[in-house]
Design a protein around this ligand. Structure first.
Ligand code: PMT
Length: 222
């Protein structure tokens, strides 16, 4: 039945923002609330999967006990947690908004205010989806997200290829009702086969159901 159509599947979901420390009291981050990732986690669970969530800091209220849950802060911690379990997974969904850069140095003490301008040196973070895409095994299915402000279709398809995704979910900051924080989203889903589908504005819960249906219709689904 549709209700248990992911029974026997192990699913990993990265979600939420990452926080990259500058000093003991400050960090760089972004607006991800974790709502899209949590909607996916709940859908997979309801449809019978065993769900492993690796989440950046979020403030949503829900029952964690039904998931294998790992809390992380930085992109590096998220990568380490994901890498550790990746080999056991049937499906990996990369819904996290991972910081692409982190402060090159983390000050041991709180950085003092002074009268001059401050310059922040950043180093590149590990790209979790890219690295795990390199070790994806036959039968494993990787789903990426793309959050774009311009040239959505082109950028999403470039990420699909580069990161070895089987499908990618584009949400555009240009479309109202889509993206960060909201309870709704509007997406275009591109498959590596070239097929694509688009949604109307819908709740993140309904978008999650659509993504699961698209995973099942993928040529990689076994
Ligand atoms: O959490 P919400 O408030 O509900 O918002 C949901 C969302 C907008 C955060 C979500 O739907 C979403 O789009 N997540 C991905 C945002 C993003 O960082 O996209 P990107 O285009 O920068 O990254 C492309 C893909 O690579 C993503 O699957 C991302 O998780 C992954 N990535 C990116 C950088 C990195 N260092 N490691 C990664 O794994």
């Amino acid at each position: 039945s549709k209700l248990q159509d992911f029974q026997g599947k192990k699913v990993m979901i990265t979600m939420g923002p990452t926080q990259e420390a500058l000093d003991p009291v400050r960090f760089i981050s972004n607006h991800s609330s974790g709502k899209m990732g949590l909607a996916l986690a709940k859908s997979f669970l309801a449809r019978g999967a065993e769900v492993y969530v690796i989440s950046g800091p979020i403030s949503l209220k829900f029952d964690q006990s039904k998931f294998h849950w790992t809390d992380v802060h930085s992109a590096k911690e998220m990568y380490e947690a994901a890498h550790k379990i990746h080999g056991l997974m049937d499906i990996c969904v990369f819904a996290a908004a991972v910081a692409d850069y982190a402060p090159a140095e983390v000050a041991k003490e709180k950085i003092k205010k002074n009268d001059s301008e401050q310059f922040l040196k950043l180093k590149k973070n590990v790209d979790i989806a890219l690295e795990l895409g390199k070790i994806k095994q036959p039968g494993q299915l990787h789903v990426g997200f793309a959050l774009e402000t311009e040239e959505g279709e082109k950028n999403a398809n470039a990420k699909l290829d580069k990161k070895n995704f089987d499908l990618i979910v584009l949400n555009s900051m240009r479309e109202s009702g889509a993206g960060f924080k909201l309870d709704t989203n509007k997406v275009h889903i591109y498959h590596s086969s070239g097929r694509s589908v688009s949604s109307e504005i819908a709740t993140k819960s309904n978008i999650a159901e659509l993504i699961l249906d698209q995973i099942k219709s993928s040529s990689v689904w076994v």
